[in-house]
Design a protein around this ligand. Structure first.
Ligand SMILES: [Zn+2]
Length: 146
């Protein structure tokens, strides 16, 4: 398998929507889900309210989660990734992220707003360790967004 085939692909419109959501919520951590037709391709963005309204941890609001999952089912999507922001720290999983992971091997995107240019990194979390995943922004025509 070539590295290119294992990249998680995220349309530029969704990358922009994630960044907008994370900036709007700062200094609170923002969180959300990405759905798509296959494990490595995101096609929908589901921002969630952070039930903890915390600057250092997040928990997707239960009602928002239910609505996102129902919409994914109606669209025949699967859960492709979880994202959350680190408003003031690097895009690296924290101990809280590892201990609080409720999504098993589903990729986690972490959006850091700590530097002037935002950084998004993808990770697979285990209880005591994490592994970086490759992802790539896909530039798409305007007409294919939402
Ligand atoms: Zn985190």
């Amino acid at each position: 398998m070539t590295p290119a085939q294992t990249d998680l692909l995220i349309p530029s419109s969704i990358v922009a929507a994630i960044l907008k959501h994370c900036r709007a919520e700062a200094p609170i951590e923002a969180c959300g889900l990405l759905g798509g037709p296959s494990a490595l391709r995101a096609s929908s963005h589901y921002p969630l309210r952070n039930e903890l309204a915390s600057e250092v941890r997040y928990l997707g609001h239960a009602q928002d989660m239910i609505e996102a999952v129902l919409t994914m089912r109606a669209r025949n999507e699967r859960l492709v990734a979880i994202y959350h922001s680190h408003p003031a720290s690097p895009a690296i999983p924290s101990r809280v992220d590892l201990e609080g992971n409720q999504y098993g091997p589903v990729p986690h995107l972490i959006v850091s707003l700590a530097a002037p240019a935002p950084e998004i990194r993808a990770w697979r979390l285990e209880s005591t360790r994490f592994e970086e995943l490759r992802w790539r922004e896909v530039v798409e025509p305007e007409s294919s967004t939402q």
